[in-house]
Design a protein around this ligand. Structure first.
Ligand SMILES: Nc1nc2c(ncn2[C@@H]2O[C@H](COP(=O)(O)OP(=O)(O)OP(=O)(O)O)[C@@H](O)[C@H]2O)c(=O)[nH]1
Ligand SMILES: [Mg+2]
Length: 349
């Protein structure tokens, strides 16, 4: 009996000690559990409207804002039919300021004088600009069976070759193609580094060599790698400068020969031009045309100029279609050039 009593007392003492210790362990500022109210049946009574994705056209308006503003005065002419001389003067000034070029400006004025503007001046100018942008701008991304298509990028330094390659690599990858970048600008080490960043970012493969290496052999190695891996396309970067322009053009011609030899096949040679350099872009371009057998133009930095009409002048003067335009530094800021969207952006109300 005594033993049972002792055990009972011991148990009571142990229980008391246990409770005291537990209370001590709870921090002084411990938060007491909150007694929650019952949840309402309806959590959100009004759902905010989903943001509308910015459409390409309105985005283009924004990117071409400076060029678009030059055309403000043309859009402001609301009369229809025959044009007064002061209205013709406004159209002429606007077209010249936008860098459309003298020949196209004259042709448009002639049309306005002869035919007037039955649907308004903006509509008439729009139609004339579209007429002068009628080139075939199809882009080839496939080669003969057993060969790897190559897109070669040429142009003077700083125009945006490497950035354009990065943006296009992303575009190809998005469309399900495997891409090999050839770091053919071996003139400076930073060029390959810059292309490497784009490779990392887009998931493209890259072949590069040390500064001063032969760019032809870089392109050759890139083709070997692309063929071995069954890659879908090679995008080849080139240097924008050399000791002198003869060296640069000779080098480009040589790179082109290498790139066009099996297993490679050059299916597009893009000359990259910087729209902000205006008419200078044209004189640069002529030098490259013969050496590199250019098939298309990429006009970059259209977002940075009010003289977007240079697109028209370039096509007219060089007879080469603008196939892509750069409208910013981001990976998505390269668009397929579509004359309608472009001209609409300049001239719609
Ligand atoms: N705003 C704007 N900037 C651009 C565009 N395209 C390229 N750039 C910028 O132009 C600068 C030069 O671009 P790069 O791609 O290095 O030019 P590059 O032709 O490769 O130059 P080199 O390698 O020196 O021959 C960079 O700061 C780019 O971000 C564009 O469409 N819009
Ligand atoms: Mg470069």
């Amino acid at each position: 009996m005594t033993v049972v009593l002792i055990i009972l007392v011991a148990l009571v003492v142990l229980a008391a000690v246990f409770i005291i210790v537990r209370r001590r362990r709870r921090p002084a500022n411990a938060i007491a559990p909150v007694v929650r109210e019952a949840m309402p049946d309806l959590l959100v009574s009004e759902i905010a409207e989903r943001p509308v994705l910015v459409e390409e056209t309105s985005n283009l308006d924004q990117r071409l804002g400076a060029s678009r503003s030059i055309f403000d005065r043309v859009r402001a002419i609301t009369s229809v039919g025959a044009l007064a001389q002061d209205q013709l003067d406004v159209v002429e000034e606007v077209l010249l300021r936008s860098d459309v070029g003298v020949t196209t400006t004259r042709a448009i004025l002639e049309d306005l004088r002869t035919n007037g503007a039955p649907d308004g001046v903006a509509a008439a100018v729009r139609a004339d600009l579209l007429d002068s942008l009628g080139a075939d701008r199809s882009v080839t991304s496939s080669a003969e069976p057993g060969r790897v298509p190559v897109w070669l990028f040429v142009g003077v330094n700083g125009v945006g070759k490497t950035t354009t390659i990065g943006k296009l690599a992303q575009r190809h990858v998005n469309e399900g193609r495997s891409v090999v970048l050839a770091a053919g600008d071996t003139f400076r080490a930073a060029a390959a580094e810059q292309l490497q960043l784009w490779a990392d970012r887009t998931g493209a493969d890259i072949v590069r060599a040390a500064e001063g290496a032969d760019p032809g052999s870089v392109v050759h190695d890139a083709l070997g790698r692309a063929a071995a891996r069954g890659a879908d396309i090679v995008l080849a970067d080139t240097a924008g400068r050399r000791a002198n322009s003869t060296n640069l053009l000779d080098e480009l011609a040589k790179i082109r020969r290498v790139a066009d030899r099996a297993p490679g096949q050059v299916v597009e040679t893009f000359m990259v031009l910087d729209a902000t350099t205006g008419q200078n872009a044209l004189s640069q371009a002529r030098e490259f045309l013969a050496a590199a057998a250019v098939t298309g133009i990429v006009l970059t930095k259209l977002d940075g100029t009010a003289r977007g009409g240079i697109v028209v002048a370039i096509e007219r003067e060089l007879g080469i279609p603008v196939k892509f335009v750069g409208v910013g530094e981001g990976v998505g800021d390269l668009i397929v050039f579509e004359p309608e969207a472009f001209v609409d952006s300049l001239l719609h109300a």
